[in-house]
Design a binder for this molecule. Structure first.
Ligand SMILES: Cc1cc2nc3c(=O)[nH]c(=O)nc-3n(C[C@H](O)[C@H](O)[C@H](O)COP(=O)(O)OP(=O)(O)OC[C@H]3O[C@@H](n4cnc5c(N)ncnc54)[C@H](O)[C@@H]3O)c2cc1C
Length: 535
């Protein structure tokens, strides 16, 4: 018999085997079942921290195996070696959706040919450093583009709102197999850290190559090669370093280019406007506090030795949700633009989450009907009104650039934002590209600024001290999700407008975050395999 049981511990009891065992057996005794201590094995499943009350508690889940041996969960699949005699799938984008999708194809004996516009993680590190040190943004190699996708230089938070436990575990198991700490398999809020992710991604690349897959870096998908404008046969690409053009052909195309690939959306809008649908997204700012302050608020003034504290805030203002997103405890705010004339911010942290700051995006839900008419007209001009949200997003990112100074982001003290006054001095920040004092209260779109103001008061009522003269707002956070969805059939995951095209991951509008994008890549490739191998 296998049973799931949970116990509560005080933080200082976490490593106390005696207390843990006593509490576990007490739980079993309460269940009125037959067992002996000798024939019972406990396997730790998950830990979460409950800091809602004054006494912080740890909530621990275990599996009790009674008269059974612990199962072989999180098994790694068996991959096949592939070559040109196998079915071939072009995978555009090496983010979580593309990489995890590629491993699913290998499991099925299908050859993945990955084309990636950006550099390898090694070269990418150099390009990312240039953004902070010289304000130079490479349009193909940056925080969003390059090997491993947008998640490579990130917090590597592996949470998802999805509740498909089996699929989540298989993604975590693969990350663990390629080098992530074992803790990700058991933490309720697992994270890898930006210092560990690049090596894991490189290990994944080496395995794909060893099994016969192909990976082409600095290779940007420019257009689809189609038959009768309806069936995708391959892709036309350009080498971003040499300018050399090359066509790739395959039995299907997994389009996993992420939500920053403006050019991909534009090309779809021009050739197949009916393949896109406008969707709700969110925009706002990053808010940064000293980490110590957030820890004090969340752990009720005590030092519980529980690491940097997290928070999650959500409220409704004037009919729209305002919420925290991608909270990075002990982290950094990073410049994640993909064009040189825009400023976009995001957050990341190292495995130890030990910087002096904690930050989170605070964003306002934005529906298609909230987009100003001017951008709807612009989208209508290319016969694709669904693109209005994307045009507005781009305008806001360029507007932010105008109020900054190169990649120095416009920023304002939260208290000054609420009072409507300029910040004379800005506190030290983790944002290494630098900050420029700016009246965000004056130039952020009214629908965003007004809602942020009201939401901050609400947040402060729940996290006393959230509004303080050390809290800093940094603009603009615009890429928490995509403003357009690439339509696909629910059952087959295939584009409804273009045969053989499988849009997947965050850019296609079916996932948000590393784990759910990986899961979507896996699911789409299972559908591709079904279609190709059952033909
Ligand atoms: C700084 C930062 C921190 C983040 N932190 C977290 C976190 O802690 N936890 C979390 O869950 N999520 C985080 N995210 C979001 C997460 O990274 C994304 O949700 C996830 O990577 C989406 O996966 P994807 O595979 O769908 O797309 P992406 O990861 O965006 O990958 C798309 C890939 O396609 C490539 N590409 C784009 N256009 C083309 C083209 N024309 N031709 C060829 N290749 C192309 C890109 O270079 C990129 O490698 C963070 C994002 C950023 C930027």
């Amino acid at each position: 018999m296998i049973l799931e049981i949970s116990i509560n511990l005080l933080p200082q009891e976490e490593k106390n085997e005696k207390v843990i065992n006593r509490k576990l057996f007490e739980q079993l005794e309460n269940k009125n079942i037959t067992f002996t201590r000798e024939n019972t094995t406990f396997v730790f499943v998950k830990k979460s921290i409950d800091a809602r009350r004054k006494q912080v508690k740890l909530f621990m889940r275990y599996k009790a195996y009674i008269d059974e041996l612990p199962g072989q969960e999180n098994k790694i699949p068996e991959w096949k070696t592939v070559d040109d005699s196998c079915k071939k799938v072009i995978v555009a984008g090496s983010g979580p959706a593309g990489l995890f999708g590629a491993f699913t194809l290998l499991e099925k004996g299908i050859k993945p040919v990955i084309i990636e516009r950006g550099q390898t993680t090694h070269e990418r590190k150099r390009d990312i450093a240039k953004i902070s040190t010289a304000g130079i943004v490479d349009g193909n190699s940056n925080y969003c583009f390059g090997e491993g996708g947008a998640g490579t230089f990130s917090d590597g938070k592996l949470y998802t709102r999805s509740n498909k436990r089996g699929s989540i575990n298989s993604v975590l198991a693969l990350f663990h197999y390629f080098g992530a700490d074992e803790k990700i398999l058991t933490d309720a809020h697992p994270h890898i850290g930006t210092d560990k992710l690049p090596v894991i991604i490189e290990n994944m690349r080496n395995k794909i190559l060893e099994l016969g897959g192909e990976i082409h870096f600095n290779t940007r998908l420019e257009s689809f090669i189609t038959e009768n404008s309806t069936i995708v046969k391959g892709v036309h690409t350009v080498n971003t370093i040499t300018g050399e053009e090359k066509d790739f052909y395959g039995d299907a195309l997994l389009l996993a280019t992420g939500h920053s690939a403006f050019d991909i959306y534009e090309s779809l809008a021009k050739t197949n406007p009916e393949s896109l649908e406008a969707k709700t997204f969110a925009v706002g700012v990053r808010v940064e506090h000293p980490r110590e302050l957030i820890d004090k608020i969340q752990f009720h003034g005590k030092n519980e030795n529980l690491g940097a504290a997290e928070y999650r805030l959500v409220t409704q203002v004037d009919g729209r949700g305002v919420y925290s997103f991608c909270m990075c405890p002990g982290g950094f705010v990073v410049p994640s633009a993909t064009e040189k004339d825009e400023i976009v911010v995001n957050g990341m942290s190292s495995a130890r989450r030990n910087s002096r700051w904690s930050n989170a995006a605070i964003v306002v839900e934005t529906k298609p009907e909230d987009i100003p008419q001017e951008f709807v007209e612009k989208a209508k001009a290319i016969n694709c009104p669904q693109m209005a949200g994307l045009y507005w997003r781009r305008w806001l990112e360029q507007e932010t650039f105008k109020h900054g100074n190169n990649q120095q982001a416009p920023a304002q003290l939260l208290t000054d934002f609420l009072k409507g006054k300029e910040s004379q001095t800005l506190p030290q920040s983790s944002y290494t590209a630098g900050l420029t004092s700016s009246r965000l209260d004056l130039w952020l779109p009214e629908q965003i600024a007004n809602r942020l103001k009201k939401a901050f008061y609400d947040f402060d009522s729940r996290m006393k001290g959230y509004i303080c003269d050390q809290a800093l707002m940094i603009a603009s956070e615009t890429r928490t999700s995509t403003p357009v969805r690439i339509l696909r059939d629910k059952e087959s995951c295939q584009s409804m407008a273009l045969k053989n095209l499988y849009p997947a991951g965050e850019g296609a509008g079916y996932a948000g975050g590393i784990v759910s994008s990986a899961m979507d890549g896996i699911n789409s490739c299972l559908k591709i395999a079904q279609a190709l191998l059952e033909k």
